[in-house]
Design a protein. Structure first.
Lengths: 85, 516
């Protein structure tokens, strides 16, 4: 189970980075398309200006989670609060 | 009766008082927060420019989302205060902030009167609401959990978990009653303000109750012993051991719970009302019935989690949601799809009315009423403006559609919403106990509040906003209605990632000792 946890860490890092890239790429494509069609430019910009700043730090958090998993930090989950702090 | 059983009874009675006092305030805060969401369409018309109704609706949803986005900041600010000065006074403060801002929303003049100031003020007040709610929930859940015995913590904290759903129910009930009493015209004109204004009285009652509450015994104990954290923020997030648990709570539990919560209660409403065009009152009635019927299950799953563990129930709810969302929404769509129904020609009608304004412009209103064999009906109103000045561009015709479900359709739709909220009770019922058990007392308020409000507030709260956007983006010239189910991919994807993470990483049993 621990090997699976460690291996999956790489997947979470990839997922976090991939999500950031996809968001940025999709925002670029949609904003450009809206500007070209001269339709819904404000709506499109508003959507992405909300989504990107909110989800980028969260996805970085997912990468950090993946990194901890990769390094085996979650092999033993603290069951006693004394081991937490 | 033996001394022990008398003491137990007195203890349970005292605990129920604690739970009720905490729950009433939390319920009112959720009411304040959701009253905005429940009236998103009305608010869009009042506070945002109406040149483009979709833009106005999206802007209203964005403002709604703003309330969710700032919740994690509220969790940090008030979580810190709660871990430093105590649970009781912190959530008294959040209650006052929430009530004050809701009351103020009810008083702001509309876009027609003060222009752009209207959406700006609404946005600011939504920020205050979000901050207050960010501080409230963690405090209330911590407060109840710290009073509860370990063997029944899931059950007792589940009372706090009912408050979000009941707050939503209360907001729907107040809106329906106000609309019924005042009539649709007066409600749309000024009556929509009343549910916001009423909040000030609810808050006054709640403040009175909370002032009579004592501080959490665990917090009082560590305060007496001088063990309060000097910097709970630093302790929560700068220590790797704690940060690891914060990340685990967010990605392996709360993020999935958030999307299931908001799909079942909010996206379902958006889908039925906007995509299916079901009539305003029918939507709210069916939501109210489903919510009322499903609420006891929060306690059932909370209590069950004390016996079989929190993880099994939460992951079970996530898996059911992932597997059944699409079939459920397809079945919901079929209930209100006029193309799938047989029209009764003799009961259908088309009428036309022409109104000529002083400017010479005329408005042609075509009303089409269709009755179907299953008892459902649909009204389509098309408004076309013919300008006197032929050199000006012809304005786009406006079409509004209202669908009335048949009696069978109404109850089936209620059942589908009930099932979705049942998943909510599975993922949300045990989660307060789960989070409380994950963190020690000295940093509990801060540590549990942040993942909760990112997962629930951001991943969950943005569900209607993102899903509506996905549906809009799927609209093409060939398919102007777009793919009605494409919005579901967002909650399904997030819930799936959370399910895999939860199954892999979450422990079957948390630390039951919360007195540390």
């Amino acid at each position: 189970m621990n090997s699976l946890k460690r291996l999956s860490g790489f997947l979470w890092i990839l997922l976090g980075v991939g999500a950031i890239y996809l968001m940025a790429q999709q925002a670029g494509v949609e904003i450009a398309a809206a500007a070209k069609a001269n339709k819904g430019v404000l709506d499109t910009k508003m959507f992405w200006y909300i989504i990107i700043p909110i989800f980028t730090p969260i996805m970085l958090g997912l990468c950090l989670f993946g990194w901890y998993a990769w390094k085996g930090e979650y092999d033993q989950i603290a069951r006693d609060s004394e081991h937490l702090v | 009766m033996s001394d022990t059983s008398t003491q137990d009874a007195a203890g349970t009675q005292g605990l129920m008082k604690v739970i009720m006092a905490s729950s009433v305030g939390t319920l009112i805060e959720w009411y304040d927060f959701y009253i905005y969401g429940a009236m998103a369409t009305t608010i869009a018309k009042q506070f945002f420019p109406q040149d483009n109704p979709t833009a106005a609706f999206l802007a209203a949803l964005a403002t709604f989302a703003a309330g969710f986005v700032v919740r994690p900041f509220g969790a940090l600010v008030f979580g810190r205060i709660g871990d430093l000065i105590g649970r009781k006074y912190t959530f008294l403060l959040t209650l006052l902030l929430m009530g004050g801002s809701t009351f103020a929303i009810g008083l702001i003049p509309g876009y027609a009167t003060i222009g752009m100031w209207a959406p700006v003020l609404i946005l600011l007040l939504r920020f205050v609401q979000g901050l207050a709610l960010g501080g409230e929930y963690g405090g209330a859940a911590t407060y109840v959990a710290e009073h509860s015995p370990a063997s029944r913590r899931g059950y007792y904290t589940a009372y706090i978990q009912t408050t979000a759903t009941l707050g939503f129910f209360l907001s729907l009930g107040v809106i329906l009653t106000t609309r019924k009493v005042l009539g649709v015209e007066a409600f749309n004109d000024w009556g929509w303000r009343l549910p916001f204004i009423v909040s000030i009285f609810l808050i006054a009652i709640s403040v009175y109750i909370r002032l009579r509450m004592a501080e959490s015994p665990l917090f009082a104990k560590i305060k007496k012993e001088g063990k309060i954290s000097k910097n709970p923020l630093k302790e929560s997030f700068a220590h790797k051991a704690n940060l690891k648990m914060v990340l685990l709570a967010l990605f392996a539990a709360v993020m999935g719970q958030g999307v299931v919560w908001y799909t079942g209660q909010f996206y379902a409403q958006t889908f039925i009302e906007r995509t299916l065009s079901v009539e305003f009152e029918q939507v709210r009635y069916l939501l109210c019935i489903a919510i009322l019927a499903v609420t006891p299950f929060f306690l059932v799953f909370g209590a069950w989690s004390d016996k079989i563990g929190r993880k099994t129930i939460m992951m079970g709810g996530l898996l059911l949601a992932i597997l059944t969302y699409r079939p459920i929404y397809k079945a919901m769509y079929n209930l209100a799809d006029p193309k799938a129904k047989t029209e009764i020609a003799e009961n259908s009608s088309v009428s036309k009315a022409i109104a000529v304004a002083a400017s010479g412009d005329s408005t042609i209103t075509t009303t089409t009423v269709k009755a179907f064999t299953d008892g459902s009906s649909m009204k389509t109103v098309k408004k076309e403006t013919v300008l006197a000045d032929k050199s000006k561009p012809v304005p786009k015709a406006e079409t509004t559609k209202t669908f009335w479900l048949s009696s069978f359709g109404f109850w089936m739709m209620t059942l589908f919403v009930f099932i979705q909220i049942l998943y909510v009770t599975m993922v949300y019922g045990p989660i307060a106990a789960f989070l409380v058990e994950l963190f020690p007392t000295r940093i509990r308020y801060t540590s549990m509040s942040l993942p909760y409000h990112i997962g629930n507030g951001i991943f969950g709260g943005l569900t209607p906003f993102i899903a509506t956007r996905l549906v809009d983006a799927s609209k093409t010239t060939e398919n102007p209605g777009g793919d009605p189910y494409v919005g579901l991919w967002y909650p399904i994807l997030i819930a799936s990632v959370c399910f895999v993470l939860g199954m892999l990483f979450l422990p079957s049993k948390n630390d039951e000792n919360v007195m540390d």
